[in-house]
Design a protein around this ligand. Structure first.
Ligand code: ZN
Length: 279
């Protein structure tokens, strides 16, 4: 709770316009990992929201050094029970041009995880059969159907977490054969941590590049021609996911989720081995 303000929805989103237009107030949320300063609170339409300005705390680092646990704890400490992640991602399918927009339906983990668990807290593996909250995702789909650009629903996100590079052609070809849609480095472990904390979690993504554009760019360099940047301006891409979020908030009706808050496989009776074996 922040000064008596309890957000209904938290959104991880870098949008200067939203913060200015809705006159959101910057606050600091304390966590056991230290303070998070990039938090903005206020009402968007009638919904009390917490906007967290991206995932980097202070400086840009490789994804394996992003403190996802700190961000999720900030959300939890704010009192919000619903979280939406917005993502700028890479394209996989050559048929989908840069600027394409997606509502996430599932993901594939393709990276190394290194979460430091506080051993004073009991641990359980997250139940991730359905990684995103169905209700929250449906609401994002409904908002995206009101957009003046196409939005692909039920997209599969490949989480290329922890690599200090983007994907090779062979990796993209493989993902495309599998029918996966987009690739990025941050949706997971964020999704896993949201689940471990019983938050309703959903995501929207915009594609910043595509395989053809990347190939053309390298081709131009090889021919010593002036290479044109193959990425659309990140800000103009982000405007599309922001537009979906604003529509979502305009239409938002609060709900109690029967699923996500009960998603726990905690075993409080864990013993290393049966007690009588101590004899
Ligand atoms: Zn839920």
């Amino acid at each position: 709770m922040i000064d008596g303000f309890v957000p209904k929805v938290a959104i991880i989103m870098r949008s200067d316009e939203v913060i200015k237009d809705f006159k959101l107030k910057r606050v600091t949320i304390n966590t056991s990992y230290g303070p998070v300063h990039r938090c903005y609170i206020g009402h968007i339409y009638d919904v009390p929201v917490l906007i967290i300005y991206g995932r980097f705390n202070g400086e840009k680092v490789p994804s394996s050094q992003i403190n996802f646990q700190q961000t999720i704890e900030a959300v939890k400490n704010s009192g919000a029970t619903k979280l939406i992640g917005t993502f700028v991602v890479g394209g996989i399918n050559p048929q989908m041009p840069q600027g394409s927009v997606y509502v996430l339906g599932n993901f594939v983990g393709a990276g190394n995880y290194a979460i430091n668990w506080n051993q004073n807290e009991s641990f359980h593996n997250a139940e991730m059969f359905e990684p995103f909250c169905g209700k929250l995702t449906n609401m994002l789909c409904e908002a995206s159907r009101k957009m003046d650009f196409p939005v692909k629903e039920n997209a599969t996100y490949v989480s290329f977490y922890g690599y200090p590079r983007i994907e090779t052609k062979a990796e993209l070809d493989f993902y495309n054969k599998m029918g996966w849609d987009i690739v990025g480095q941050t949706c997971d472990p964020e999704a896993t941590l949201a689940k471990l904390n019983q938050l309703c979690y959903a995501g929207v993504a915009v594609q910043i590049d595509d395989p053809t554009g990347r190939a053309d760019y390298i081709g131009q360099l090889k021919e010593k021609r002036k290479a044109n940047a193959y990425v659309e301006d990140i800000r103009s891409c982000r405007k599309r996911t922001t537009k979906i979020i604003l529509q979502f908030l305009k239409d938002y009706k609060d709900y109690e989720c029967d699923v996500c808050c009960k998603m726990s496989r905690k075993n409080k009776n864990f013993r290393e081995f049966p007690d009588d074996f101590y004899e």
